[in-house]
Design a protein around this ligand. Structure first.
Ligand code: GTP
Ligand code: MN
Length: 623
């Protein structure tokens, strides 16, 4: 290697070189050498799975001030730039050869043009910095789910985050020999001032699907930079499509049923719509809160968490709504806080249930009460998208099978978004196809800035995976339908809605109600509750929910509550079918005919119900 790649001999310390050599993989060596040459770091540090490597990265993050130590041991804070506080869809693009098209809903750029641009931006970008090379494994190691990955970055914060969020993969990499099948990521935060990326106009996230490489420049926000997260989901979706499995934006959890039974379900919710909150429900067990791989094995559906940690929204984490995470965030142990407010080593955030401090440091620098941005808008003390990064191993509610190389048997899939006026809080699809088409493929979510009473802007977001699709939408739906056909008993599908409001714009459900829906879903999966047949799916009966509300929340669930929440809103459901059909008709080439047929059937059922009972139909009228 050294002879072939003198650059690595020049830049690597002997230990780093030894680590690269021990991975006898020519594609890997070529990759590291090429980007060491192009990015021109002062040196290259190669990590393995040892505690020494992790400690080195942690120290670097502090030494270089990408993170600052907080009062509690193991706690640090990281700040992203003022304009770098979320995933940036505008500058995230697939590099595509002229003959491949993903449709108008998916952002892309000509392969040659994009590659030239990104290599131009990367040239010399690491001058004066060290380049870190890290190895991880998506999914449990040494399993059918395993996807080996190599990350190049000049950010110790990114590297540190990955050590918390992913399973170590250096040893696993050894086992793949000279395989060419692995994911690659190249990241540089670019030039830094006050520890944040300055060249925001040169922020780019480009995805090369052919080479399985993701490039990310001039950004630090983890959603744009931690290659293994949403960026790898894009690569995985394409790989899954080739290999007939599913790579999904889903939580994965165990729900406890009667007699100690544990039933595994997954759930797809667009960003900021409830994945982490659902996976963390009291009394249940978490496997993952963001990305799951689903595979068919001997006719049954198995699922595994791709990650080993949580990069979670911190807003509203408080002792009442999220006691488990809250406790993790106030006890010593490894936590990276990002974009919160810090006051003398203590982090504060929106909705933490504490008095808002007068001043401190946040994503805008020094912050004081009443501080405004350039446009005169108040700057909140902590960003709405401020986050925490923790290992799942910190949680007392981690499921015992979280690392099972076989995955867990998946019995149910939930689909839900922010929906103020259409879906009932929970309903079961008639079958796999009905669920995939009228729930997953019809998922929408309202923009979160919507204030009470005002309607948010609805965005179509198929399976909550639209932002990450790297195959045409129609192909993705066909894959889902085919996947279900391979299964003896496909998982039951449920549509859920945590965000239903009444006419005055008031939420009809409390945050904790989802705990009851989960229990009902668990029973429905096992056929242990009778259901009511509505045009849109199978609804719970009042008696069952009343009993569950009593058992789970010690609350009385009245008939009035039930009727207001489970009334079938015929006009809204028809309007939704209309909207979604139009999207598929006008914007999705080659949509499966089955989709339109199933929509037509649902429309006919809704119209028949309306003829019988009017626009708003009480569930008490259903059989
Ligand atoms: P990402 O991590 O961005 O993918 O989001 P997520 O899907 O994990 O969302 P999360 O569970 O963190 O929830 C985001 C927001 O939804 C939080 O501000 C919660 O307070 C809010 N939320 C969660 N569940 C409910 C609910 O049942 N009702 C209402 N009204 N809000 C909820
Ligand atoms: Mn989350």
């Amino acid at each position: 290697m050294s002879e072939k790649h003198p650059i690595l001999k020049d830049k690597c310390d002997p230990e780093s070189r030894q680590r690269l050599l021990a991975l006898n993989n020519s594609k890997l060596h070529d990759f590291v050498a090429h980007y060491a040459d192009l990015c021109r770091p002062d040196s290259v540090y190669v990590c393995d799975d040892s505690p020494g490597s992790v400690a080195y990265i942690r120290d670097q993050a502090l030494k270089l001030k990408e993170e600052q130590a907080l009062a509690l041991p193991g706690h640090t804070v990281h700040f992203d730039g003022y304009f770098d506080q979320g995933r940036d869809k505008e500058v995230t693009k697939y590099l595509l050869p002229p003959d491949i098209q993903l449709g108008p809903r998916i952002n892309s750029i000509d392969e040659e043009k994009g590659f030239k641009e990104i290599e131009g931006l990367l040239a010399g970008i690491m001058a004066g910095k060290q380049m870190y090379v890290l190895f991880f494994c998506l999914g449990p190691t040494f399993s059918e789910f395993s996807a080996p990955c190599v990350q190049i970055t000049d950010s110790a914060y990114v590297a540190h985050s990955e050590y918390i969020l992913y399973r170590p993969g250096y040893e696993y990499f050894k086992s793949i020999g000279d395989s060419r099948d692995f994911f690659r990521y190249v990241h540089s935060a670019g030039e830094l001032k006050d520890n944040v990326s300055v060249n925001v106009d040169q922020k780019r996230i480009y995805i090369d699907l052919k080479e399985n490489i993701v490039f990310s420049t001039n950004t630090q926000y983890a959603g744009n930079t931690v290659g293994l997260k949403k960026l790898s989901l894009r690569l995985a979706i394409r790989k899954a499509s080739r290999e007939a499995w599913l790579a999904e934006h889903m939580l994965l959890m165990g729900v406890k049923g009667p007699g100690g039974r544990v039933t595994y379900v997954s759930g797809a919710f667009p960003s900021a719509c409830g994945k982490t909150s659902t996976a963390m429900c009291a009394g249940e067990s978490i496997i993952g809160d963001d990305i799951a791989y689903l595979r068919e094995k001997d006719g049954s559906c198995r699922a595994a968490n791709v990650e080993a940690g949580i990069f979670g929204i911190i807003q509203d984490v408080n002792p009442k709504d999220d006691p488990v995470i809250w406790n993790t965030l106030i006890t010593p142990g490894e936590v990276i806080f990002s974009n919160v407010l810090t006051v003398k080593g203590t982090p504060y955030w929106l909705g933490d249930g504490r008095q808002v401090p007068e001043e401190g440091v946040n994503f805008s620098g020094k912050w004081y009460r009443g501080k405004k941005d350039k446009n005169g808008n108040p700057i909140p003390h902590s960003h709405k998208n401020a986050r925490y990064t923790i290992s799942l191993s910190r949680l007392g509610n981690l499921d015992s099978r979280a690392d099972d190389p076989e995955g867990v048997p998946l019995s149910g899939i939930l689909f839900g978004g922010r929906d103020s006026d259409t879906w009932v809080p929970v309903q079961q699809a008639f079958d796999w196809e009905h669920g995939v088409l009228t729930m997953g493929s019809s998922l929408e979510s309202e923009t979160t800035a919507a204030t009470i009473g005002q309607e948010g802007v609805r965005n179509f977001n198929i399976m909550s995976n639209l932002d990450f699709l790297s195959i045409p939408i129609a192909q993705y739906i066909r894959n889902y339908l085919a996947f279900g056909r391979c299964l003896r008993t496909p998982p039951a599908i449920f549509g859920v809605n945590y965000f239903l409001r009444n006419r005055d714009g008031k939420f009809l459900n409390g945050m904790e109600d989802k705990r009851v829906w989960l229990k009902w879903i668990e029973l429905a999966i096992h056929g242990e509750v009778k259901t009511l047949s509505a045009p849109t799916g199978l609804l719970p009966r009042h008696g069952d929910l009343q009993r569950l509300f009593q058992d789970v929340l010690n609350k009385d669930y009245t008939r009035d509550d039930y009727v207001s929440q489970f009334t079938i809103r015929v006009p809204e459901n028809l309007a939704k079918l209309e909207r979604i059909s139009h999207i598929y008709y006008a914007q999705v080439p080659n949509s499966p005919q089955r989709l339109f047929d199933v929509f037509e059937e649902q429309k006919a059922r809704l119209q028949a119900l309306r003829r019988q009972h009017g626009d708003y139909v009480s569930p008490l009228l259903l059989a």
